[in-house]
Design a binder for this molecule. Structure first.
Ligand code: SIN
Length: 352
């Protein structure tokens, strides 16, 4: 009897010590869940978001997964990422926050279409309230293709989400063995598996032999250090992105204002430069209380303040290091939090 009393807690303790972390997989669709023709493994055409997570998981080596993590999974959405909306980001983020509060969830992997993975990951980067790893993975080839890249990305994502090294690194995307920060990522090629690149500084690290190797940490604030709280919201204010080009006039700006937008992120040319007629229209929009962010149509930043444009006089904010799509998310969250002062929004562009 005494031996049992002594042994049981000891065995329980050992159990905890040797138990693998639980990684929770949230599936949302995308090419990683895409299916092409059942007979042609090399055809380029396919439909995104067809295959459920249980089937995708069957492509992974079970015994090897078991060395790193216990898995739980859930199909939270089933769409191509081009159809995801800000409401969907909120659904995903609330589920992630709820799951990460559970003591028996150690990390999250989200399977996602690659087209807007940078937007969902940036949103999560700013609203997740946990240090536990959150990793997004996608694929450029559908699950039925010869040499599908989804299983490898998913495997790497699970190993990363189960690792101690990933804690506190913010939201990450793993693709083609590279680990990228949600704060600095963009899709650069519509077909190649090596499509994700940092927009500015460099990858966070890489996966090798089922181990993450981190090269740097992001100095931009994220997750537990972010001020944004979405626990009580179900929508975000409308913010449009407009794209500059030679010969552009003010009509697109007027249409955006007429649609009721609360903010415009303008992807200008060069250092976010804007033609005279567009500049006038944007400045008038700013004077009416519509927030205007000057971003750039090139991949990398920074879009600096007071270059050729007198931002203060015209009422503009600049995106600095952010792509237009990342700057849009910061602006949406700022407006949702009732932050409307240009100088304060400018600070947010720099710190996140
Ligand atoms: C999508 O983003 O859902 C389609 C494209 C992809 O996942 O690569």
């Amino acid at each position: 009897m005494k031996v049992r009393k002594f042994l049981l807690p000891l065995l329980f303790g050992f159990g905890i010590l040797f138990a693998k972390p639980t990684v929770y997989i949230l599936a949302t669709g995308g090419t990683i869940a895409g299916a092409g023709s059942s007979t042609e493994k090399t055809a380029s055409s396919y439909e995104a978001g067809k295959v459920l997570i249980q089937t995708i998981l069957q492509a992974l080596p079970k015994q090897e997964i078991a060395k790193y993590a216990k898995l739980k999974s859930e199909q939270v959405l089933q769409k191509g990422s081009q159809d995801l909306t800000p409401q969907d980001w909120i659904i995903i983020a609330k589920r992630v926050n709820d799951l990460l509060k559970q003591r028996d969830v150690d990390g999250i992997v989200i399977t996602h279409g690659t087209d807007t993975i940078e937007e969902t990951s940036m949103f999560l980067q700013l609203v997740i309230k946990s240090d536990k790893p959150v990793v997004l993975v996608g694929a450029m080839r559908p699950s039925t293709a010869i040499s599908a890249d989804g299983p490898k990305n998913l495997f790497d994502g699970i190993v990363l989400a189960s690792s101690k090294e990933a804690r506190g690194q913010g939201v990450m995307v793993v693709a083609n063995s590279n680990i990228l920060s949600a704060s600095d990522i963009t899709k650069t090629n519509p077909v190649h598996v090596d499509t994700f690149k940092p927009a500015n500084i460099g990858i966070l690290g890489y996966m090798w032999n089922n181990k993450p190797y981190f090269l740097r940490i992001s100095s931009q604030l994220h997750t537990t250090k972010s001020q944004f709280d979405i626990s009580k919201i179900s929508s975000l204010p409308r913010v449009d992105i407009l794209y500059g080009y030679a010969g552009m006039d003010e009509r697109a700006i007027e249409a955006s204002i007429a649609s009721g937008t609360k903010g415009i992120v303008f992807a200008g040319v060069g250092n976010g430069n804007i033609s005279s007629s567009v500049e006038k229209a944007l400045s008038q929009a700013s004077a009416k209380g519509i927030k205007v962010v000057r971003a750039g149509r090139m991949i990398s930043g920074p879009i600096t303040q007071w270059g050729e444009v007198n931002d203060e006089q015209l009422g503009f904010i600049t995106s600095w290091w952010h792509t237009p799509q990342a700057a849009r998310i910061i602006l949406m969250l700022a407006l949702q939090s009732k932050i409307t002062d240009n100088a304060k929004i400018q600070e947010l562009m720099l710190k996140y």
